[in-house]
Design a protein around this ligand. Structure first.
Ligand SMILES: N[C@@H](CCC(=O)N[C@@H](CS)C(=O)NCC(=O)O)C(=O)O
Length: 219
């Protein structure tokens, strides 16, 4: 690896998404693998237009690995996973299974959970999406009742991503899902996750101070 990895996030976000902004997935993976990384920022204000050359949707996170610039959680987690057995085993069959579960988290679970969260924020009554969510959470509960890890008998980046996708609080709010709850709890108790989350919270809290100073200076 040429120099430390660079994880890009916003300079600041409102309270609600703190601890959930997806740069946490990258921080967590680096903490698990013991990779050095630094965090850089793009402005939250003006995100619709300001960094489209780096991320065509104006979103974060992004990852720089030397000259390689990547966005999309699944893409950069798989990129990192190829470099560490702490994130993915070396044998081809297990690698294929990890990729499968990474795609499941993003394409079958998060594609339901995120619209549901956004609709909840807008306080709209949307029974069809709630049913869709219940169904998906029940399906993933059945999977997690059968196994401790998604692939083999050790933690991989597939578990990192599914735990992160599930921890948005939906598991507890939507019925009795003990296997999913235990799964999320087990992985979010890992020291690497705790470090990643507290570093993200400290990052955005420090930005609060700078924003207040800037407001004060403007007066
Ligand atoms: N599919 C993308 C989603 C990225 C995403 O939704 N990022 C959020 C922060 S976690 C964001 O930038 N939201 C601001 C916006 O969409 O304007 C990924 O997994 O990396």
């Amino acid at each position: 690896m040429a120099g430390p990895l660079v994880i890009w996030t916003y300079d600041w976000v409102p309270e609600a998404p703190r601890g959930f902004v997806r740069d946490l997935r990258l921080r967590w993976a680096c903490e698990e693998a013991g990779f050095d990384y630094e965090v850089k920022t793009v402005p939250f204000d003006g995100r619709e237009t300001n960094h489209l050359a780096q991320q065509p949707f104006g979103q974060v996170p992004m990852l720089d690995d030397g000259d390689l610039h990547l966005f999309e959680s699944g893409a950069f987690l798989m990129h990192l996973a190829q470099r560490s057995e702490a994130l993915m085993p070396r044998d081809d069959a297990a690698r294929a299974k990890v990729l499968q579960w990474v795609m499941v988290s993003l394409n079958s679970i998060e594609m339901v959970t995120m619209p549901w969260v956004v609709l909840q924020w807008s306080k709209a009554d949307q029974p069809p999406i709630t049913q869709w969510l219940d169904k998906r959470l029940a399906q993933v509960e059945a999977v997690l009742q059968e196994r401790s890890y998604l692939v083999g008998d050790a933690f991989t980046v597939a578990d990192l991503l599914l735990a992160d996708v599930l921890r948005v609080g939906l598991v507890r709010k939507h019925g009795d899902r003990p296997a999913s709850e235990a799964y999320v709890q087990r992985f979010t108790e890992r020291p690497a996750f705790t470090r990643a989350r507290s570093d993200q919270l400290a990052h955005f809290a420090a930005a609060d101070g700078q924003r207040k100073e800037a407001c004060h200076d403007d007066q």
